[in-house]
Every structure is written in structure tokens, then in C-alpha cells.
Ligand binder design. Structure first.
Ligand SMILES: Cc1cc2nc3c(=O)[nH]c(=O)nc-3n(C[C@H](O)[C@H](O)[C@H](O)COP(=O)(O)O)c2cc1C
Length: 363
């Protein structure tokens, strides 16, 4: 089966493969730029751009960490990442992933628009007011991430009524995905919430609103998985974890090694200050957190609204901004390493081009 291209708004993506946005610093210019160059959709993560280029773009640091949301989500950092990705992929479509739970969400969407993103993708919450922040940029396509047809319906109703527009595509994410889930712990293991069972209903809901392309995410690993999702009505897939196994992935070498060494049982769901369970690798940090012996929680970067200035971090036992940035810097003692449930399958580091060839042509 040869794959059809994917259309999102005015953009045509040659291969129906979206590389999921991965924070902190896992999908920046190198990964996203190369995925777009190879004909997929590269997605830059807007998380923690104050850490880019050894924190050169954070104007104020405290204890060597970007102070507050203004520096953690550095506009200059994001701008540089987008410009550097463009040097790799030229005018091919390029997206930015911006979590709805971020403090300063609206400002960051507007930063991404000004810096030349073509497509904005938002998950971790129901982005009912997303179009507001992209006003004045009519060419920018908007793509929410949902985990149920109901969530898509709410977004479409609200966007149509308030902004007279609909999502340009929608990502449906199942509970095998890396990072934050759109489900409770219990819901993650329920058969009815597995990706293969939610794609169809989301495709049906999308059809009620016109031709919104549906992109399936969470546990997609190889060409067979892609074909399965397309046969269920998806127009494309989004993949995160497998792209960590590329030379171009912006993650620290130690991050890639954590995944290369992970066994199936090491990939677990854990609590997170974002308020949703998160999927990642059991490491020294997760053990410390279980014993309530994790690193001190200082809330220097004030990263996400649901954490309520460190209140939730104290509940779950870790600061997500500090722990994700430690993983980005390669600290295996205190870093938090997100992965989808398939992370243990990673056994080699190859180039983005080789991976894209395998995904489209098979092994
Ligand atoms: C290390 C890591 C970080 C992630 N960070 C984000 C993020 O910042 N925003 C987001 O919407 N999704 C995030 N995700 C989810 C991915 O974009 C993608 O949808 C998901 O991982 C797909 O499942 P897969 O890993 O099984 O392919 C992350 C995933 C991983 C593995």
C-alpha cells in the first residue's frame, strides 16, 4: 500500500506521518526540521525553550533555571528553534506543539505564529479558545489533540460559534502514548479507550463537521501499525517514541540510552503536576519520588497552570519543569524520561531518513 499525502489547512504533507511534539527539548530544530525535510510533519515542542542553546535565551535565571514562565517559555528561544529548523526543511510545513496547560499559553501561541510556524498543535486540555491567539494569521492551521469524540464535538461547537472556524485536523491520542494522557489511570487500561477503538468514533464525529482529517497517535510503531490506523479511517498517524531513536533527535544521548536499555515492565504510568497521568520510564527519580525523597520542589519556572505554583508538584512529589529539563541535560539520577509503552522496542539509533523509509516502505 502506498501512502497518500496529508492535507492540513493549506498545507500538503507528502507522507502521512506526523512526528509528535516532545518536551522538554526532545523535538526541537534538528528532529522537527529533518522530519519535515523527509516529507513528514516535523513538530517543535514549545516547552522549556529557555533551555535552548544552554539557556542563552533565558533573560533571568535562578539557581541556573529559567525564572518564571516568561523565561521558561522564551520567545527568543522558540524563534531561534523555528529559524534553525527552517534552515533544514526550507518552506516545507512545520508545526509547533503548545500544551494548553502551560502558563502563558496564549502568548506562546502568538509567539509561534509570529516566528513562522505553519501549524499549531495543542493537547493537555480542551483548547476551546485556541483560535483567539492565532488571530491575524489566517494561514496558520490549528490542530487540537483529543481522546474522545465528545471532546472533538465540544471543540467544534465552540470554535464554530465563537470564531466561525473548525480545526484543520484533529489528533486522537490513545493511552499507549508517551507523556501525558487524556485519561485517568483506570481509563488508560479500559478496552474502549484503546486507540483502535477510539479512532473510528472520532472519525465519525469529524465527518459530522465536514472533512476534518483525523491523525491517530499512541503506540504506532511500524508500517503495519500505520496501515491499520489508515484502514480505520485515519488520514495519518502521529508518532513520538520511535523518533527518539534517531541521530537527529534533540534528546541527550543519555535520554536515548535510557530508552535503549528499558524493558517492557520499566514503562509505567505515574502521577504528574499537570493533573493527568504521564507515561515514562521507571528510573532512579521515580524510585526516589515513590519514597518521597525526590529533589526539592522550588517552582522556579512556574510552568503549568494546573500545578498551582508548585502545590500539585508537592502532592505528586516532583517539579515537572526541573525534572524534564534534567532529562534533557542528560541527568539520569534526577531526570524524568517520558516514553510510550513501546519504548522498550527501541534497539537502534538510525537517521530520520532511514526511519521514514522503513515506515513508508517497510523493513
Ligand atoms: C518524551 C516525550 C515527550 C512528549 N511531550 C509531549 C508534549 O510536550 N506535548 C504533547 O502534546 N505530547 C507530548 N508527547 C506525546 C507525543 O507527541 C506523541 O503524541 C506520543 O508519544 C505518541 O505515542 P508514541 O510515543 O507511542 O508514538 C510526548 C511523548 C514523549 C515520548
Amino acid at each position: 500500500m502506498s501512502f497518500k499525502s496529508l492535507k492540513i489547512g493549506k498545507y500538503t504533507i507528502q507522507k502521512p506521518i506526523v512526528q509528535g511534539g516532545m518536551g522538554l527539548g526532545i523535538s526541537w530544530d534538528q528532529l522537527a526540521g529533518n522530519v519535515s525535510k523527509e516529507g513528514g510533519l516535523g513538530v517543535i515542542s514549545a516547552v522549556g525553550t529557555g533551555y535552548y542553546e544552554d539557556k542563552a535565551h533565558a533573560k533571568k535565571l535562578v539557581s541556573d533555571r529559567p525564572l518564571s514562565e516568561a523565561n521558561f517559555y522564551s520567545p527568543e528561544g522558540l524563534d531561534k528553534i523555528i529559524k534553525n529548523a527552517r534552515k533544514i526543511c526550507g518552506n516545507k510545513p512545520l508545526a509547533v506543539n503548545i500544551l494548553y496547560a502551560m502558563n502563558d499559553y496564549g502568548r506562546v501561541v502568538s509567539d509561534a505564529c509570529k516566528s513562522g510556524a505553519d501549524i499549531i498543535i495543542t493537547g493537555a486540555g480542551l483548547p476551546t479558545n485556541m483560535p483567539e491567539f492565532a488571530e491575524g494569521f489566517p494561514d496558520i492551521a490549528l490542530v487540537p489533540i483529543v481522546s474522545s469524540p465528545k471532546a472533538l464535538k465540544i471543540i467544534c461547537k465552540r470554535w464554530q460559534k465563537r470564531y466561525d472556524r473548525l480545526p484543520d485536523a484533529v489528533i486522537v491520542e490513545g493511552p499507549k502514548s508517551g507523556g501525558h494522557q487524556g485519561f485517568t489511570y483506570e481509563q488508560c487500561s479500559m478496552p474502549e479507550n484503546q486507540l483502535e477503538n477510539i479512532v473510528g468514533p472520532v472519525v465519525e464525529e469529524a465527518a459530522n463537521w465536514g472533512n476534518i482529517p483525523v491523525i491517530a497517535a499512541g503506540g504506532v510503531w511500524d508500517k503495519n501499525d500505520i496501515e491499520e490506523m489508515l484502514s480505520l479511517g485515519a488520514a495519518a498517524v502521529q508518532m513520538g517514541t520511535r523518533f527518539i531513536g534517531t541521530h537527529e533527535c534533540d534528546a541527550h544521548e543519555n535520554f536515548k540510552n535510557v530508552l535503549l536499555n528499558a524493558k517492557k515492565e520499566d514503562i509505567v504510568l505515574m502521577g504528574s503536576p499537570v493533573g493527568y497521568p504521564a507515561q515514562g520510564v521507571r528510573t532512579n527519580l521515580t524510585e526516589l519520588v515513590e519514597k518521597r525523597e525526590g529533589p526539592a520542589i522550588k517552582c522556579i519556572s512556574n510552568c503549568v497552570a494546573p500545578c498551582n505554583r508548585g502545590e500539585e508538584a508537592k502532592e505528586v512529589g516532583f517539579c515537572i519543569a526541573d525534572r524534564l529539563s534534567d532529562a534533557f541535560m542528560g541527568n539520569t539520577k534526577t531526570g524524568l524520561f517520558f516514553s510510550g509503552t513501546n519504548g522498550y522496542k527501541l534497539n537502534e539509533i538510525i537517521s530520520v531518513k532511514e526511519l521514514m523509509d522503513k515506515l513508508t516502505e517497510g523493513e
